[in-house]
Design a protein around this ligand. Sequence first.
Ligand code: BDP
Length: 708
Amino acid sequence: MKFAVLARCLLLFLAATAIARAEDGYRLWLRYEPVADEALRAAYTQALGRVSFDLPEGMAWSPTLITAVSELQTGLSGLLGRKVVIDTVAESLAQPVPGGDDAYSIRLEQGSVSRVVIAANRDVGAIYGAFALLRQLQTARPVAELDGLAGAPRIKRRLLNHWDNLTGTVERGQAGHSLWKWFELPEVVDPRYVDYARACASVGLNGTVLNNVNANATILTEPYLRKVAALANVFRSYGVRVYLTARFSAPKEIGGLPTADPLDPAVAAWWKDKVDEIYRHVPDFGGFLVKANSEGQPGPQDYGRTHAAGANLLAGALAPHGGVVIWRAFVYSHEAPDDRHKQAYSEFTPLDGSFRPNVFVQVKNGAIDFMPREPFHPLFGAMPRTPLAPELQIAQEYLGGALQLAFLAPMWKETLDSDTFCAGAGSTVARVVDGSVDQHADSCIAGVANTGDVRNWTGHPLAAANWYAFGRLAWDHSLSSETIADEWTRMTFGNDATVVTPVSAMLLASRETVVNYSMPLGLHHIMAEGHHYGPGPWVAKSGRPDWTSVYYHRADERGVGFDRTAAGSNAVAQYRPEVAQLFGDPARCPEKYLLWFHHVPWDRPLASGRTLWDELALRYQSGVEGVRGWRQAWAAVAGRIDHERHAHVEQLLRRQEKDAAFWRDGCLLYFQTFAKRPLPAGVEPATQPLDYFVNFRLQYVPGDPAMR
Ligand code: BDP
């Protein structure tokens, strides 16, 4: 009897420890496992005898400061295995911390009891300082580095854009359903909302647009505003403000007006009242994000008005409350037969200077969409009088969704570091956006979120790195991809170098690998229709020509690629001469953009000395081989990270290799019908005929808007 009880206890104990060790990814990069290196842990413990916050005199204890204290308490208890005394009285800040409201600086004070002081100008800076301190310990940085550690964001508004529908589906999202449980709000407040806000704040994000740009006006009705307010109340102490998308036709749909004409006084009055109502519910509401006259969304052009008239209407209502309008430039018209690359630029540049000061124009990183590789959007640097907010996509709509590894920091850096030459050399996209080129006081950056309600938030365990990377780059676009990959890997899997080195290397190679097996050498928009997962270079019929693939690759017997030089659509002329001359010259154009700007003969020799056809085929092959290499690297870290996440990624990589081979085989068989050349040595031949790929249908792909 006694033995049975004992055995049961033992079993329960074993089960409990197994659960305690289970790593389901929920904790993201905020795991706070004990510092593994004993000597380092002792050194941290000694230095962190106490922690004090140093804020301006008179700054009362706010919920945000209390949040900072509690985050620090949680993190340090885990990392050091003991409770650290955190001063609960703000001291008087002798000098402001450079860098504004969000800035922090950390100093180390030696004494009988050493302490770490986190100084900030405002309570929200204390949060960022607390997370920065924790990150140092999580990534095993030397103690001495704590002294003088400082941070200040380069961009003021650092937002996630959720393409979440009120129905719970997420457009282009593959990580389950929406995080927002609209039906049960506002009474039921999921504790997960707190963890969402912590994750955002820990990487410096300070705003969230809760709903899809393909907007539903219902979000602006009173019952939904109460739900929105419940979320805002949770996020507030983490410094995360709520924004909403505004459907331009809302005055008609929920306001009962006969029109939504932006110049109609009744429409203006309706928006003013609506905005006043929103601020009664959410006093720190950030503002509206608007997709108008794009892909069937209503907008000011329905009434013969400009985008500026539409944006200014909303901006006027928001201005008294300090809110902003973020107006998207992702437009391409049904009527305009012009190269889609050119349309946003053509429509928006004439409007520069006519937007109210509280309007941002939000511009995707590239001119077409969120393809695996696009040259930077020519609007960057072309609207000096309007603050531009880059829109990046964290969700991997065109890079394998939540099933494929593609670490996107290198892709975003490629855009942010591109030189627009708009104010001479060095006028990078990043500097246009952070306001330093044109002296804009406010600045904004947005990332389309890859989160959902699956337990690990992002579906692919390694896709959380993209959420992390977006936040870190939004805070400081000068950080390198290497630094970000290294940090995230350490915080997610621990500091064992035999894990950190290969995993970071996989992350860093992954985007280029995906480009190689899907759209190498400047190919773009050749994915399957609708759900956008997998290849579809053969797509020739669709709702409109610029939704097909043949519109973009233009393959024929002579060659492949879109001629955007003066002999073609001349989109290249939208860039400054320094850039236009480079991209426009097939001999100088970086090969990564070659087929974006040029129709190139199959036999043209490239830098490698190989013909275009051979190079293309070998790029596809190298993409597949890249994934194979990760499978080996991943197998080699088995046992050094938890089984749960290891097994999950192992399965995903197997799927990715299969998908990569599918891309390679489908695309090469298709392009070969034009090139009429054999595959070069080293490229594995397809095991199925072209018909198989053309007729292959994926069904019920998560995120497909058809499932909205
Ligand atoms: C495209 C997506 C579509 C979005 C659109 C947008 O396929 O689902 O609605 O962008 O950004 O990439 O508005």
